[in-house]
Design a protein around this ligand. Structure first.
Ligand SMILES: [Ca+2]
Ligand SMILES: [Ca+2]
Ligand SMILES: [Ca+2]
Ligand SMILES: [Ca+2]
Length: 438
């Protein structure tokens, strides 16, 4: 990431500003937050710009895609939030969630317990920065906002603002707990010091969704006083039991990676513990995925030297190897993209989905105690990104997107296409049922 003109190659999973797996962006607010206006230039099916920020949600019958894009005639880092709903058969028309000259970006989306869509995004009403020295004021103007949308009747039910302060609130991620309640996690920084340093610490926060009264309640600080944080992954089992796994570059030198270490922050019995360090070695630790199994035991999967390690249950137990690349001849191990995956919990076991260049990989403990590579989702040639998954019976309804090759496979298209597929997890090989969109 080029931060304030300094060239910092982070090389770790960073969710800040929704930048996703590869944070080596040229502009901390713009490049992946907003893109050129794609609807004008592409038309359908180019309805999501390739460098827009896409998030997706699925339920047993509905799906949704929400993204940011640069409005026509405006300059970065301006942005607007767009929504499109999948009714099980077809995508509906594009809905404007925002439509103004202020910067709206980094949306996250989920279905709540009432079946409504909840979208959280970051918005700054400060003047759009055109100079580096204007970035901090703009960043400190970022607040989290939310919208509630009824996908059946196609109406906006509520709109509101979640944070009000003079710091940078960014990177919201909504997680669904085992009671079908929503919790959002996000980070707060001073200006553009998004990783945190000695003088400018960062913090992680969470808030829970009241689906009846349609507002956010019980804002809590997960951890504060953090520094050198490269990224984190959160999950919630219920209101009282949550987990954040965190990667810290302990020497604050992003050009070295062996000193990157895994920490976890637990909420047990309603109380957040302080961060606990889980690794301390001379090996690169990164790309953590936080989850809970169906018993409510915490699960962390993370990458170490191209392999995925696991901690489950008592996180102070020694880590064990979960799985390696299923095809080590063709690749050099599991890549950094692992951190853009997710772990789906069920009474059947755990299933991990993650993007691997042109495929979505699926490895699971379904019907077995050991992680087994179940297969790949690879319906269309092109780069694929993982966005969400829900268990419906013994099927995983998976939301991902595809950026196809074009020009005789010499380049990737300027837009991505959201996809929703239902995959039977109890099968010798991945079997794709209906519910497919393209
Ligand atoms: Ca806007
Ligand atoms: Ca703020
Ligand atoms: Ca380092
Ligand atoms: Ca390490």
């Amino acid at each position: 990431m080029n931060k304030l003109g300094g060239d910092v190659n982070v090389g770790a999973t960073v969710k800040f500003f929704g930048l996703g797996v590869n944070p080596s962006q040229e502009w901390p607010f713009g490049d992946n937050c907003t893109a050129r206006n794609n609807q004008e230039s592409q038309g359908a099916p180019g309805w999501v710009p390739a460098d827009g920020q896409l998030a997706m949600a699925v339920s047993s019958t509905y799906g949704a895609a929400v993204w940011s894009e640069l409005p026509a005639g405006q300059n970065r880092p301006s942005g607007d939030i767009k929504l499109r709903i999948w009714d099980g058969n077809a995508w509906g028309s594009i809905i404007d969630i925002t439509n103004d000259a202020d910067a709206d970006m980094a949306p996250s989306i989920e279905f709540d317990g009432q079946g409504n869509l909840v979208i959280v995004y970051q918005r700054s009403t400060e003047a759009l920065p055109t100079m580096v020295n204007e970035l901090d004021v703009f960043a400190n103007g970022l607040e989290l906002h939310y919208v509630v949308y009824d996908p059946i009747n196609q109406i906006e039910l509520a709109i509101g603002q979640m944070t009000t302060n003079s710091n940078n609130d960014f990177g919201p991620v909504i997680k669904v707990d085992s009671n079908n309640n929503l919790h959002v996690f996000w980070q707060r920084a001073i200006g553009t010091n998004i990783f945190g340093n000695e003088a400018n610490r960062v913090s992680i926060h969470t808030s829970s969704w009241d689906s009846i009264n349609q507002n956010w309640i019980n804002e809590e600080t997960v951890a504060d006083n953090l520094k050198f944080t490269l990224g984190w992954s959160a999950d919630s089992f219920n209101d009282d039991t949550m987990l954040v796994s965190l990667i810290v570059d302990t020497d604050d030198d992003f050009s070295t990676n062996q000193d990157r270490e895994l920490f976890h922050i637990d909420k047990n019995n309603g109380i957040w513990d302080s961060p606990n360090q889980l690794t301390n070695n001379a090996t690169n630790d990164d790309a953590p995925l936080s989850a809970f199994n169906s018993n409510g035991d915490p699960v962390i999967l993370w990458r170490q030297n191209g392999e995925v390690l696991q901690k489950q249950g008592d996180l102070s137990d020694p880590s064990i190897l979960a799985f390696t690349s299923h095809d080590p001849i063709l690749d050099d191990g599991i890549g950094l993209e692992f951190g853009d995956g997710l772990v789906l919990k069920s009474n059947l076991g755990l299933a991990a989905f993650w993007p691997n260049s042109t495929k979505i990989e699926l490895t699971s403990t379904i019907e077995q105690n050991n992680w087994t590579h179940l297969g790949q989702i690879d319906p269309i040639s092109g780069a694929q990104s993982m966005h969400n998954a829900k268990l419906v019976g013994t099927n995983a309804v998976v939301a991902y997107s595809v950026r196809t090759f074009e020009n005789n496979n010499t380049s990737l298209s300027d837009f991505v296409t959201p996809m929703i597929q239902s995959i039977n997890l109890i099968s010798d090989e991945i079997f794709i049922n209906g519910f497919e969109s393209n």
